[in-house]
Design a protein around this ligand. Structure first.
Ligand SMILES: NC(=O)c1ccc[n+]([C@@H]2O[C@H](COP(=O)([O-])OP(=O)(O)OC[C@H]3O[C@@H](n4cnc5c(N)ncnc54)[C@H](OP(=O)(O)O)[C@@H]3O)[C@@H](O)[C@H]2O)c1
Length: 202
């Protein structure tokens, strides 16, 4: 059996960091990507404590060149990709009367188009391996939440995209999975991009 290779996005903290260590412990060659590899300290520490190694690479899900060069590099160096975890994402609090369409577009770029870009780059390799595509959505991808319009819209978009891809991907042997976490104690809340007008209005 060749070694199984898994690529995950957004591993500098939180769910991505914990998942990278967990899959490495399960024997995957784990390619742990992050937009700024200088932030790899916590992951390296956790991997060391668990007695595993991870291959850290740069990948910004909003940068098409970064996505394709990372995925191409993984295949060049490891020969295959058996699983991809679309984990990278960022919260945003705001409401449409106080923010611009561009604010909403930025939330979509990270949480939806980032997933689309990584999926597009990965699909030929998952097809070749009969692999698995896992995407971290949110309970906010199933239920709309006040002051969470843009983020929930992006996660709803992810869900529609992946639900539609399931039967198509199945015809070429690729399994598509979506995970909808509730609240998880990560850096997520600290990293939420907050519209100051929402805070000011109480
Ligand atoms: N925590 C929760 O309660 C919760 C609930 C439901 C769903 N989720 C989802 O779970 C996933 C992981 O979130 P988390 O809770 O682990 O939060 P987190 O600790 O803030 O982690 C988010 C990760 O995404 C990365 N990221 C942000 N923008 C990126 C970009 N453009 N390219 C690549 N990576 C980027 C962050 O990197 P930087 O360090 O560079 O910012 C960080 O590593 C997200 O998709 C989130 O929507 C979280």
């Amino acid at each position: 059996m060749p070694e199984r290779v898994l690529v995950i996005t957004g591993t500098s903290s939180g769910i991505g960091l914990a998942t990278a260590v967990a899959v490495a412990r399960h024997g995957f060659v784990t390619v742990a990507t992050m937009r700024d590899p200088s932030r790899a300290g916590r992951l390296l520490e956790a991997a060391g404590a668990a007695g595993v190694t991870v291959d850290i690479r740069q990948l910004d899900v909003t940068d098409a060149a970064s996505v394709s060069s990372c995925i191409d590099g993984v295949v060049a160096d490891h020969g295959r990709i058996d699983a991809v975890v679309n984990n990278a994402g960022a919260g945003h609090l705001g409401t449409i009367e106080t923010e611009s369409v561009d604010d909403v577009r930025r939330v979509m770029e990270v949480n939806f188009f980032g997933v689309v870009a990584v999926t597009k780059a990965a699909m030929p390799h998952l097809r070749a391996s009969g692999g698995r595509l896992v995407t971290v959505s949110s309970v906010g991808g199933a239920i709309g939440q006040p002051f969470n319009e843009a983020y929930c819209a992006a996660k709803f978009a992810v869900e529609g995209f992946m639900e539609s891809l399931v039967p198509v991907a199945a015809t070429v042997g690729v399994t598509v999975v979506v995970i909808e976490p509730g609240a998880v104690a990560s850096d997520f809340v600290a990293n939420v991009d907050v519209d100051p007008a929402v805070v000011a209005s109480g």
